[in-house]
Design a protein around this ligand. Structure first.
Ligand SMILES: C[S@@+](CC[C@H](N)C(=O)[O-])C[C@H]1O[C@@H](n2cnc3c(N)ncnc32)[C@H](O)[C@@H]1O
Length: 203
């Protein structure tokens, strides 16, 4: 993905994002917010978008949400105001260059963002850096299918990636390569198991 295409794409998505992806991707967000809340402490949500997950966290965690898109963040800010969430801080930031000290967070979530950023390995390297030892990284994403109709569909829509705002045939191997992050859980998520839930633990 190219950075300027991503920026333009999410400027277009911002006004309609919640209507299109709110319910569709709800289960992954709920699972991530529940997992982070159960662990407690400091949570970083990378690519927080319009903040759809923010009201799903419990009050006991301190949440920092970052996103590159001013238009998506403005919607997240609106939700924080509406729900009076005093435990949430939002900042405009690039996932590939996080402005936080090493070992700052107990949980980092990256929902539907790693197939969007131009350099997912760099974003994961930054995520690993800001994780405390033993921290969990929660990833929800669509990953490239090995075969079948889904693989064909991915191939057909892949040329539209810069318009859509994500890479449709994103290989899971691209999020499993950082030696500081060990996979501890992997399972399918709705719709129809097309999405994947991953938990990586910071060694
Ligand atoms: C598909 S949306 C996912 C939003 C939210 N996590 C969710 O699940 O609804 C992808 C988000 O990643 C953000 N994004 C893209 N590139 C980014 C970058 N380099 N740094 C931070 N956020 C980025 C986009 O602006 C967009 O809000």
């Amino acid at each position: 993905m190219k950075a300027n295409a991503v920026t333009a794409s999410y400027k277009r998505w911002a006004p309609v994002y919640d209507s299109v992806f709110g319910r569709l991707l709800h289960e992954g967000r709920q699972r991530a917010a529940g997992h982070a809340t159960a662990r407690g402490g400091e949570v970083l949500e990378v690519g927080v978008g319009t903040g759809l997950a923010l009201p799903l966290y419990g009050p006991g965690v301190k949440i920092t949400g970052i996103d590159f898109s001013a238009e998506m963040l403005a919607r997240a800010e609106e939700k924080v105001r509406q729900h009076g969430m005093e435990n949430v801080t939002l900042r405009q930031m690039d996932a590939q260059k996080l402005d936080f000290p090493d070992a700052s967070f107990d949980t980092v979530s990256a929902m539907h963002v790693l197939s969007v950023v131009p350099d997912p390995e760099q974003a994961l390297s930054e995520i690993a850096r800001v994780c405390r030892p033993g921290a969990h990284v929660l990833i929800t994403n669509h990953f490239a299918a090995d075969k079948g109709a889904l693989k064909l569909a991915e191939r057909l829509i892949q040329p539209l990636q810069h318009h859509l705002g994500w890479q449709a045939d994103f290989p899971i191997a691209r999020v499993l390569g950082d030696p500081r992050l060990r996979m501890v859980e992997r399972r399918p998520l709705p719709p129809l198991g097309v999405m994947t839930w991953l938990v990586l633990e910071r060694i």
